[in-house]
Design a protein around this ligand. Structure first.
Ligand code: AMP
Length: 397
């Protein structure tokens, strides 16, 4: 069955057509600069890639262009759009309303709309993608997969902030977390390495390190703690986001140094993290410069790894044990140096990284721990699109 996965942003749209249940990707691509005269559409299928610049007015036109590529007589993969039976949409915020994947109805759309206040940069665009897809693929079942859903299992002691409780009760102010689809996908794959598919006692920490970074403590397949919070700003040091910070700094910037609240928000989200510490948010540059002796870059890498280590410690306690840590996303999958820094001096947890396994580059899931490591150290490439397709297929069958 053909499942089309759509991840809709403000001026971009990622798509992937996956044949389920055998999980084979038929075609995928990206449409960028939607709204511009020089929008760009990329289309890939096995052994073939094309990209084209053309004016694309809006998301509806973008999906129509994508359709033409999917149905192209020469290099297309489907005969007509009605063979797409399910469209799976990534929706960033499901608030407290959605703890699992759902078929999209009018009521679901109204709820996604009402959650736009919690995710103003994402939910309106996700909703737009849904409405456009409903028109273009009117015969397909539309399904919403929420980034926050996997993290809805957090217990109240983990998600509630220690502020007057009326803020939770009246305004839904609490930690929700993000990257849930990625954490779910890699934690399920990790079970294979633990050979404990039928053993319900796994204690995992998944570490998603990309431009955005987050960690989740997962017990018996359920998330019990997570490093991001009300927004995607909390926790680890990220490409341009500061992560955990003492709120006194925010008030000092506003009250003493005269910054507006909006400027401070911008600094913390867009000018901080690795960018603020080193001048670059690309870890490859930072690693190269650190190797060449740049002390800012060396320190930034240490700071980054130190923050992750602290969360590993905290989550091991929350889990009361540890079977494996899982590295994923751009940095987690590709940076042997970051993995080494994180796993260094972790004797207290019995974590032992195998240096030669760590250095191997691979697109496959792998165990990079030494045989005598008490907990496994895994690298598992994330695949959010496939996870969305799996979940969308599951609820329609
Ligand atoms: P993502 O958001 O998952 O695409 O991850 C983006 C981050 O991954 C950027 O900081 C990249 O510098 C980093 N990254 C990608 N490839 C590598 C690599 N080979 N080594 C180190 N970092 C990498």
């Amino acid at each position: 069955m053909n499942v089309l996965v759509i991840n809709s942003g403000s001026s971009s749209l990622k798509y992937q057509l996956i044949d389920m249940p055998n999980e084979s990707v038929k075609a995928n691509g990206l449409i960028e600069r939607i709204g511009a005269e020089n929008a760009k559409i990329t289309y890939k299928k096995e052994g073939f890639k094309t990209s084209n610049e053309l004016p694309i007015k809006n998301h509806e036109e973008a999906l129509t262009q994508m359709n033409s590529l999917l149905m192209d007589k020469q290099f297309g993969v489907i005969s007509n759009k009605n063979v797409i039976k399910i469209v799976g949409h990534r929706v960033v915020h499901g608030g407290q309303s959605f703890s699992k994947t759902v078929e999209i109805t009018q009521d679901v759309k109204s709820k996604i709309q009402s959650l736009c206040t919690l995710a103003p940069l994402h939910n309106p665009l996700n909703l737009k993608g849904i409405e456009v897809a409903e028109r273009v693929f009117s015969k397909a079942q539309q399904v919403a997969v929420f980034d926050t859903a996997f993290l809805q299992s957090l217990p109240q002691k983990a998600y509630q902030f220690a502020i007057p409780k009326s803020f939770l009760e009246d305004e839904d102010i609490r930690a929700y977390g993000f990257h849930g689809t990625s954490h779910k996908y890699v934690s399920e794959k990790a079970q294979v390495f633990l050979k404990s598919k039928n053993q319900p006692n796994s204690k995992l920490i998944s570490i998603h390190l990309g431009n955005g970074c987050s960690m989740t403590a997962i017990k018996n397949g359920k998330a019990i703690d997570h490093s991001m919070g009300f927004g995607p700003a909390n926790g680890l040091i990220m490409g341009t986001r500061a992560g955990d910070i003492d709120q006194s700094v925010i008030f000092y910037l506003i009250d003493k140094l005269g910054y507006s609240a909006e400027q401070v928000n911008n600094i913390l989200l867009k000018e901080s993290g690795m960018l603020g510490l080193t001048g670059s948010n690309d870890l490859r540059d930072i690693q190269q410069q650190a190797e060449a002796g740049n002390e800012d870059c060396q320190l930034a890498l240490e700071m980054n790894a130190y923050r992750i280590k602290k969360y590993i410690g905290a989550y091991t306690v929350a889990l009361n044990g540890l079977d494996a840590i899982v590295f994923t996303a751009g940095i987690g999958e590709n940076s042997a140096l970051m993995r080494e820094l994180v796993c260094k001096d972790m004797d207290v947890l019995g974590l032992q990284i195998d240096q030669s396994k760590n250095q191997l580059t691979s697109k496959e899931s792998r165990d990079i721990s030494k045989a005598n490591s008490k907990a496994k150290i895994l690298v598992i490439p994330s695949n959010e699109e496939l996870e969305i397709a799996k979940q969308a297929y599951k609820i329609s069958n």
